[in-house]
Design a protein around this ligand. Structure first.
Ligand SMILES: [Fe+2]
Length: 384
């Protein structure tokens, strides 16, 4: 029996040059925008360009440029206070996943008082959010396609998603031209994050026919075109496909959630500020090996989507091909880190396992095979 609900109201405006639409879009949703971004958008010239477009459209602007990788709860509360003080009626997130997640959280907290952690852990639900426009400059989190903002509490190192039906962007601009100047490391790590979103969503217990269709297309596009943009960053047709895969990956986890890789990675980047996609890359193959026998037919389809020849193979053998395909892809992207590269030591493993089970329990239980605490420790050890 098939039963599911699917709802994703994010308005996606996709195409080269579409960043030029930001002024008109902003006019539709507000008069005074808080632009949430990091320092790099000033250096690349994108922030001045967006501010000029907003100015031409008669939209006032306030800039909040304190976003850093793995955005903090304290930082978004500071941004929300600024939005309230300046009486902004619109939030624009400009940048990668961190800037977009921060923008969504700022828009939510500008309406909902109190400590953000109460909303993250479900003690409070919230009643609304300021309208949000997102402009993505990386292909990674797919934040433009969902209502999730991942935040880290600097007091506890807890890293967790704030998710609210009010946090879908009113409009998300996905302009592949903006991705073309990314440094190689910002192509491979975030690009893999997008692929991992799609793969986790595809095998997730909470997946449904819609999310599976979206996820499988994202897997296919990422596996084929991520190595292409890595080798030829000027290939705009390949960038279009990678950008599309990224947004689809974000939409897939919106519906189905992430699973064990994100469940075990968040504690690593929460504790040691590891780059999210790279932390996932260190954990992903050991977790595929742990998981694939629970849903071999799904892993067999992943192998096929990644371009492996699976005709005539048993389901089990075809499923193993997905692991081989992943190992090959990681090597092609020079992305074969170990957790030790981010400072993880054997003595951290108990804390990581406990934190994963405390903070990321729902993601871990969304995995087709749910590990015990000892099995989680074993996966961390195998990834050191
Ligand atoms: Fe992610």
């Amino acid at each position: 029996m098939i039963q599911f609900e699917y709802h994703n109201p994010a308005r996606i405006i996709f195409g080269c040059g579409k960043v030029g639409a930001v002024g008109g879009l902003a006019q539709t949703y507000g008069h005074k925008a808080l632009v949430v971004t990091s320092g790099s958008s000033q250096r690349t010239g994108l922030l001045p360009r967006v501010l000029a477009l907003l100015g031409q459209a008669g939209v006032e602007q306030v800039v909040f440029d304190k976003v850093k990788a793995n955005p903090l709860t304290t930082m978004v509360q500071e941004g929300a206070a600024l939005a309230k003080r300046e009486q902004c009626d619109l939030v624009i997130g400009l940048g990668g996943g961190s800037a977009m997640d921060a923008a969504k959280a700022v828009a939510f907290l500008a309406i909902n008082d109190g400590d953000v952690t109460e909303y993250m852990f479900g003690a409070k639900q919230g009643t609304g959010a300021l309208p949000v426009i997102l402009i993505t400059t990386t292909a990674g989190t797919g934040s433009e396609g969902n209502n999730i903002a991942v935040l880290t509490n600097p007091d506890s190192n807890d890293k967790k998603g704030l998710k609210s039906p009010f946090m879908y962007a009113k409009a998300s601009i996905v302009d592949p031209e903006l991705l073309m100047t990314l440094p190689k490391r910002s192509i491979a790590g975030p690009g893999l994050d997008a692929l991992f979103h799609a793969m986790e969503a595809y095998v997730a217990k909470r997946s449904n026919p819609m999310s599976e269709m979206i996820a499988l297309e994202a897997i296919s596009l990422s596996a084929q075109y991520l190595p292409q943009v890595y080798a030829e960053p000027e290939n705009i047709e390949a960038w279009e496909k990678v950008a599309l895969a990224n947004t689809l990956g974000g939409m897939a986890i919106d519906a189905a959630g992430t699973t064990l890789p994100h469940g075990l990675e968040h504690p690593v980047s929460g504790l040691l500020n590891a780059p999210h996609g790279e932390g996932l890359a260190a954990l992903f193959v050991p977790i595929m090996k742990f998981t694939y026998r629970a849903v071999p037919a799904k892993y067999a389809r992943i192998a096929g989507a990644m371009g492996e020849s699976i005709a005539g193979l048993s389901v089990e053998k075809a499923a193993v091909k997905s692991i081989e395909a992943m190992e090959t892809l990681l090597r092609r992207l020079n992305m074969t880190p170990k957790l030790g590269d981010f400072g993880v030591r054997e003595e951290n493993i108990d804390w990581l396992a406990d934190n994963a089970l405390k903070i990321m329990k729902a993601n871990i239980e969304n995995n087709p095979r749910v590990p015990t605490r000892d099995e989680i420790k074993e996966i961390y050890k195998n990834s050191l």
